[in-house]
Design a protein around this ligand. Structure first.
Ligand code: SF4
Ligand code: SF4
Length: 93
């Protein structure tokens, strides 16, 4: 197979993605599995926030952005946490 010796001047555009963490507070059991396994330590609880079952539901506690690994979504036993993925179009030159 022929290989080109030329390098592209510009990198092809890479769509960037943004991840929003969506919680269903009433379904959350506060088991903290998602908190323990989030690799970016973005999740936690707030002692002042609890649901109708008096359980401390999970909240987003960081200034850092979610990287979209979906570990929390996969591990949650009550399906109370979801990741919404949005593609961000790069602005043209
Ligand atoms: S998707 Fe990954 S980085 Fe984002 S909140 Fe869940 S576990 Fe943390
Ligand atoms: S894993 Fe699910 S039920 Fe457990 S604390 Fe996280 S969101 Fe709540």
């Amino acid at each position: 197979m022929l290989e080109s010796k030329r390098n592209p001047i510009l990198k092809p555009p890479q769509p960037q993605k943004k991840y929003d963490v969506i919680f269903d507070n009433e379904k959350c059991d506060g088991c903290q599995l998602c908190i323990v396994f989030c690799p970016k330590e973005l999740l936690g609880t707030d002692p002042d926030k609890f649901n109708n079952r008096m359980l401390h539901y999970v909240v987003f506690i960081s200034d850092e952005a979610c990287v979209g690994c979906r570990m929390c979504e996969r591990l949650c036993p009550t399906a109370s946490i979801f990741i919404k993925e949005t593609e961000i179009e790069e602005e043209g030159d």
